[in-house]
Design a protein around this ligand. Structure first.
Ligand SMILES: [Zn+2]
Length: 752
C-alpha cells in the first residue's frame, strides 16, 4: 500500500524522538489565495521527479500548466515554455569549466582587479553562504523550516499581504521575518566582505557594493553605508505596513518575539508603527509588486550609487576606464543584480565582468570577451583573488613613476604594466586634480639620455624605459619611469607637487647646498685652481662629492656619481635647484675647466695632440669613459625633465642634443687580441652614417673600405646571459659604447 502522506497533509515531525513521528499539517496551513494554475503542493510534487535536486524553476512557474512543468522537470530544464524568465544555461558560455580553465580565469580576474580603476561589487545570496546563511534557492536553500510546515514557498511568505491585520497573518509573517532578523544578527559576515572592501579602496575611482541581500552584512562588515546599495532593502530596518508614511527606522537588536515551534507564529508584542500603531514590517522589497515598500532609505543609497556611476561616465577618459564588475553569488531567479551589472558594462566599454557563482556561472555569449566565470564558493574565491592581487603588487613588480604635467607633478608607486590613464587616475588618488582627456598623450623620457617615446593614455611604459633611480630619500634604488604628460596637475599645495616629490626636491636641494658649501671653502678653491688638467679638477671634486654622497644614501664611487646625477635630474627644473646646480658647476670649477687639457701635456700621447677630437687610448677603464661623457656628473640645462621652453609653450618636446663621446672598440676575430678603442666626439643626435664618415677620416679609409666597415651596438640579453652585438643601422643615433669590425686600417698606437 503506497501512502501519499504529503497529499494527505501529514509531514514528518521536527522532533521524532519525542514520540510523534507524524503530525497533521492541516491546522498549520496558511491560506494562500494564489491566482496561479498550480498550487505549491502540486509544484513540489512534480519537482520530486527531477533528477537534479537543484533544478531551478522560474517565479512564474505557478502559471504554467501541469504538463509544461512536468516536461520542464523531466527534461532537466531543457524543454521549457516560451518566454521562460530563466536563461537557458545551454546557451551560455562557461556553464562547465575544466580545472585549467578555472585557474586561468582566476589569473585573468586577478589581473583585471590589480589594474582596476574602480570596483563594482554585485552580490546575492551566494555571498552569505560562507557566513552560514542559507540561500533561498539552489544547493544551499533553507531559510526557515516554518515554510515547509505551513506549506508556503519563500516567494509566498515574502509578500506584504501577510502583514494586513484582518486579511493577513502578521504573527505568521513575523515568524518568518523574526527568524531572518535573528539569523542575520547572529551570523557574522565572513572575511570576504572586508577583503573586497580593501580591494575596492585601492582603486583610484573607488568602489560600490550593489547587493540584493537583505542581511545588512556589507554595512556590518565595516563598509561605509555611503558605498552600499541594498536594492531589496534590509530586514534590520522597519516601516509601517499600511503604510501611513514613508518613514523607515532601525529595528532593535532583539525584537522580543518568540516563535512557537509547532505553529511557527510568534508570541510577544509585534513591532508597531510609531505614527499610526499599525503593525510594522521589514523595509524589504517583497514579492508581488510590493507597492507598500518604502523607498525612502533605498532612494538615498540609490542617489549615491547613481552619482558614483555618473561621475565616472562623465569623465573624459570614460572609454578607457577599467571598471571591474565583480558579481558574487547572484542567482538567476531574481536577476536584479545580474541585470544591473550587465547594464553598467554597457556604459564603460573597457569594463570587465567577473562572475563568481558555483551553481550558475554561465556568461551570455556577448560577454565572453569581457568576462570570466569562477564556479567557486564566494569566500574562497575572494581570498584567492586578493592573494593574487597582493602577489602582483610585490615590490619587484612595482615601479616608481614620476609624472610631470604642464604644471605640477606627482611621484607614485604602481605595477610596471600600469597604463598612463591609470597612472593619472592614481595621481588623482594622491589628491592631485588632473585635467586630461582620452586624447592626452605622454612622453616617456630618460633622465641623462636622449631616448623618449610618445604613448597614448591606454598604453603602458615600455620596460626598456625603466631606470634604476634613487628613491626620494634613503639608499633604495627603484625601477623608475619619468613621463611628461600634456595635462595640468594642481593640488591644494602651492607647488602642485605631491608630498613624495616635494621630499625629493628638498633632499636634492640639501645635497646641493652641502656640496656647494664645501666647494666654496678656500682650501678647495686653492687646490682646484692649481690643477693643470681636467683629470685633476675631477679628482678634487670627487673628494668633496664622496664626502657628501653617503649622507644621502649614495655610495662614494663613480657609480654613485652617476646615480647622484640622475637623482638630481629628476627634479632639477623645480624651484631654485637649477640655480644651485649652476652654482655648483661654477664653484666646483667644472664650468671653467674647458680650456684645460684632459690630461696634462707631459702625460698625453703624441697621437692625440695633432688630432684634437680623438683621444687614443688602450682600454680605458669604464669609469673613465663615464667621466668623459659627464665630466661633472651633472646635467646640462637642456636636459631638465621640463625645460623652460617646453613649459612656456606647454608642448611636449624631445630633449635637446648634447655632446656624446662614442667609445668605439675594434673587434678582432683573434680570440686573445685586446680590443683597441677610439674615442670619437659626437652629439646625442649623431647618426651612424655620420660616425662612419668620422671613422673614415680618422682611420684614413677610402670610400669602399669605409662602406664595408661594420658598426655594431652591444645587445644585452635580458636573462643576463652572454652579451651579443647588433648591426647599427645607418639612420640610427649613435650610442656611448659601439663596436666596429671588418675594418683593415686603424690608427697605430704610438709608444711613448
Ligand atoms: Zn503607520
Amino acid at each position: 500500500v503506497a501512502l501519499d502522506l504529503v497529499q494527505d497533509g501529514v509531514v514528518a515531525s521536527a522532533a521524532p524522538l519525542q514520540g510523534t513521528l507524524l503530525r497533521k499539517q492541516v491546522s498549520l496551513k496558511a491560506e494562500i489565495h494564489s491566482e496561479g494554475t498550480l498550487s505549491k503542493a502540486e509544484i513540489d510534487e512534480i519537482l520530486q521527479m527531477a533528477s537534479d535536486p537543484g533544478l531551478l524553476v522560474p517565479l512564474e512557474v505557478k502559471h504554467w500548466s501541469r504538463q509544461q512543468l512536468e516536461l520542464y522537470v523531466l527534461s532537466g530544464g531543457v524543454l521549457r515554455p516560451k518566454g521562460c524568465s530563466l536563461p537557458d544555461e545551454r546557451l551560455l558560455a562557461n556553464a562547465t569549466m575544466t580545472q585549467e580553465q578555472i585557474v586561468s580565469a582566476l589569473a585573468q580576474a586577478s589581473e583585471w582587479i590589480t589594474s582596476a580603476d574602480a570596483l563594482l561589487i554585485g552580490s546575492g545570496a551566494g555571498m552569505g553562504v560562507d557566513s552560514g546563511l542559507g540561500t533561498f534557492r539552489g544547493g544551499h536553500k533553507g531559510v526557515w523550516d516554518g515554510l515547509e510546515a505551513v506549506g508556503l514557498a519563500y516567494e509566498d511568505i515574502c509578500q506584504p499581504k501577510w502583514f494586513q491585520e484582518e486579511a493577513g497573518e502578521p504573527r505568521l509573517a513575523w515568524g518568518f521575518w523574526n527568524h531572518c532578523h535573528v539569523a542575520y544578527q547572529e551570523s557574522r559576515p565572513h572575511d570576504g566582505y572586508s577583503t573586497l572592501r580593501r580591494l575596492g579602496q585601492r582603486c583610484p575611482l573607488g568602489f560600490f557594493s550593489f547587493t540584493s541581500n537583505i542581511d545588512s552584512h556589507w554595512i556590518a562588515s565595516g563598509m561605509s553605508p555611503e558605498r552600499v546599495l541594498e536594492v531589496h532593502g534590509a530586514v534590520r530596518w522597519l516601516q509601517c505596513s499600511k503604510p501611513c508614511c514613508p518613514d523607515v527606522w532601525k529595528a532593535p537588536n532583539d525584537l522580543g518575539l518568540a516563535e512557537d515551534g509547532e505553529s511557527h507564529r510568534v508570541t510577544g508584542l509585534l513591532p508597531l508603527c510609531p505614527k499610526c500603531q499599525a503593525v510594522a514590517r521589514p523595509n524589504v522589497q517583497m514579492f508581488g509588486s510590493d507597492g507598500d515598500f518604502s523607498r525612502a532609505r533605498r532612494a538615498s543609497q540609490n542617489a549615491r550609487y547613481d552619482a558614483w556611476l555618473k561621475r565616472m561616465s562623465e569623465r573624459p577618459d570614460r572609454e578607457s576606464l577599467r571598471l571591474v564588475v565583480l558579481e558574487v553569488g547572484c542567482g538567476l531567479t531574481v536577476p536584479t543584480v545580474r541585470k544591473e551589472m550587465e547594464k553598467v558594462l554597457q556604459i564603460f566599454p573597457q569594463a570587465r565582468l567577473v562572475r563568481v557563482n558555483p551553481e550558475n556561472p554561465g556568461l551570455a555569449p556577448e560577454l565572453v570577451n569581457r568576462g570570466v566565470s569562477l564556479p567557486l564558493p564566494a569566500q574562497m574565491t575572494i581570498s584567492q583573488l586578493s592573494q593574487q592581487v597582493a602577489n602582483a603588487e610585490t615590490s619587484e613588480k612595482q615601479a616608481t613613476f614620476i609624472l610631470w604635467g604642464s604644471e605640477g607633478g606627482v611621484e607614485l608607486r604602481a605595477p610596471k604594466g600600469t597604463s598612463v590613464g591609470r597612472l593619472l587616475r592614481l595621481a588623482e588618488l594622491e589628491g592631485m586634480s588632473v585635467q586630461f582627456s582620452q586624447e592626452t598623450q605622454a612622453v616617456i623620457i630618460q633622465p641623462m639620455s636622449n631616448r623618449c617615446e610618445t604613448v597614448s593614455i591606454d598604453q603602458t611604459v615600455p620596460l626598456s624605459f625603466f631606470q634604476e633611480l634613487k628613491d626620494a630619500e634613503g639608499s633604495d634604488l627603484q625601477a623608475t619611469a619619468v613621463l611628461r604628460v600634456a595635462a595640468k596637475f594642481s593640488s591644494s599645495h602651492q607647488s602642485n607637487l605631491n608630498s613624495v616629490l616635494r621630499r625629493r626636491q628638498e633632499q636634492v636641494g640639501e645635497l646641493l647646498d652641502e656640496m656647494n658649501q664645501l666647494f666654496g671653502e678656500p682650501g678647495y678653491q686653492r687646490s682646484v685652481r692649481a690643477c693643470e688638467d681636467k683629470r685633476g679638477v675631477i679628482k678634487e671634486a670627487k673628494k668633496v662629492q664622496f664626502q657628501v654622497l653617503p649622507k644621502y644614501g649614495i655610495e662614494a664611487n663613480d657609480k654613485g656619481l652617476a646615480l647622484m646625477a640622475t637623482w638630481i635630474a629628476t627634479v632639477q627644473h623645480l624651484g631654485d635647484l637649477q640655480a644651485k646646480v649652476d652654482r655648483s658647476m661654477d664653484i666646483s670649477f667644472f664650468m671653467h675647466m674647458g680650456k684645460l687639457p684632459n690630461v696634462k701635456a707631459s702625460t698625453r700621447l703624441p697621437y692625440s695632440a695633432d688630432k684634437p677630437p680623438v683621444v687614443m687610448q688602450d682600454q680605458p677603464p669604464a669609469s673613465k669613459v663615464e667621466e668623459e661623457q659627464q665630466p661633472a656628473a651633472k646635467v646640462e640645462q637642456e636636459q631638465k625633465p621640463a625645460s623652460k621652453a617646453a613649459k612656456a609653450s606647454k608642448e611636449i618636446q624631445p630633449p635637446a642634443l648634447r655632446p656624446l663621446t662614442v667609445a668605439l672598440s675594434r673587434l678582432s676575430t683573434l680570440e686573445d687580441a685586446q680590443p683597441e678603442r677610439l674615442l670619437v666626439e659626437c652629439s646625442s643626435g649623431t647618426k651612424v652614417s655620420e660616425l662612419r664618415l668620422k671613422v673614415a677620416e680618422i682611420c684614413d679609409l677610402d670610400a669602399r673600405s669605409a662602406r664595408q666597415a661594420k658598426l655594431l651596438f652591444r645587445m644585452r640579453s635580458a636573462q643576463g646571459g652572454q652579451p651579443g652585438f647588433v648591426t647599427a643601422q645607418e639612420g640610427e643615433a649613435v650610442a656611448a659604447e659601439m663596436f666596429i669590425t671588418n675594418i683593415d686600417r686603424w690608427p697605430e698606437q704610438s709608444k711613448g
